[in-house]
Design a protein around this ligand. Structure first.
Ligand SMILES: Cc1cc2nc3c(=O)[nH]c(=O)nc-3n(C[C@H](O)[C@H](O)[C@H](O)COP(=O)(O)OP(=O)(O)OC[C@H]3O[C@@H](n4cnc5c(N)ncnc54)[C@H](O)[C@@H]3O)c2cc1C
Ligand code: FES
Length: 257
């Protein structure tokens, strides 16, 4: 593990959708699916991103354009330098589950992409608001898609589609990442069906390695104790599905953030 950023050159950029680009760079990282790296743009900031591609010595991060940092990343070109440190955190556990289902919402699918690489026979659900937000369609053509507006795939949410599938199929493990409200409902549904679930949580991160306390979720530091948590762990974490901590330290209700 490295704690000083290493400057790496962007060697390729792939447009996954109008709002998401994948940036590839060379790196020899010991990585477990679900772990993340801290990406540094000198003089601007440092933010967490999951590794969404890893093949031999080529690593990729898929970035949804949102605020100042991700807009600056989206302006980067092949040959530009970014700083990387990590990987950090506890990733997904592949010990159990012979019939898994992977449920990704929005950019949460980036955290699950290397899980799909590992579990090629899994059922994969990707949900988005509309067709143009779907990512990795060529990479994983077997995905079952759903959109809120019905512009591609099943019309409805990932929860609606998972419920539909559960009428005729059984799963013994669900891996999920996406908006926390979605993940909370996935966990509830899995509990009702007696299915083990692993969830990749998103909390505001500063250090990324357990020192600053910024990413607290009910006493768990999401950057080192997670970001992946099991259903059993989540059942003791009252803030899951309810409270986020802003950069300022203020605790806010997830429904109002
Ligand atoms: C473990 C983890 C893995 C992530 N992986 C990805 C990924 O693969 N692809 C991707 O597009 N995004 C990922 N994110 C989210 C990404 O870090 C934020 O979208 C990004 O930092 C936004 O920065 P911004 O300045 O563009 O937007 P802002 O306008 O600053 O923020 C937009 C949103 O991103 C959140 N955010 C901002 N800064 C941070 C931070 N330091 N830590 C956590 N969340 C933050 C804000 O709370 C807000 O909800 C991940 C977050 C975590 C915690
Ligand atoms: S980000 Fe600093 S403790 Fe997790």
């Amino acid at each position: 593990m490295i704690e000083q950023p290493t400057m790496v050159k962007i060697c390729d950029i792939l447009e996954e959708s109008p709002g998401v680009k994948t940036f590839f760079f060379k790196g020899n990282l010991q990585f477990v699916p679900g772990q993340f790296v801290m990406v540094w743009i000198p003089t601007l900031d440092e933010k967490p991103f999951t590794i969404s591609y890893i093949q031999k010595d080529i690593v990729g991060i898929s970035v949804l354009k949102r605020g100042e940092f991700t807009q600056a990343l989206h302006k980067k070109r092949v040959g530009d330098l970014i700083g990387i440190r990590g990987p950090y955190g506890r990733g997904f556990d592949f010990q159990s589950g012979s019939n898994p289902c992977i449920v990704g919402g929005g950019i949460g699918m980036a955290s699950l992409a290397t899980v799909v690489d590992r579990l090629r026979d899994a059922t994969i659900i990707q949900g988005a608001r509309t067709a143009s937000e779907i990512i990795y369609q060529k990479r994983f053509p077997e995905m079952k898609l759903c959109t809120d507006d019905g512009s591609i795939g099943f019309k409805g949410t990932t929860i609606d589609l998972l419920k539909e599938l559960l009428k005729t199929q059984t799963f013994d493990k669900v891996y999920t990442c996406g908006p926390e409200r979605m993940m909370y409902k996935v966990v509830e549904l899995c509990k009702n069906h007696g299915i083990d679930c692993e969830v990749s949580l998103d909390r505001y991160m500063k250090c990324g390695f357990g020192v600053c306390g910024q990413c607290d979720c009910s006493g768990q530091r999401v950057c080192i104790d997670g970001p992946v948590f099991t259903t059993a762990e989540l059942s003791t974490m009252e803030d899951f599905g309810r409270i986020h901590i802003l950069k300022t330290g203020e605790r806010v209700n997830i429904h109002s953030s």
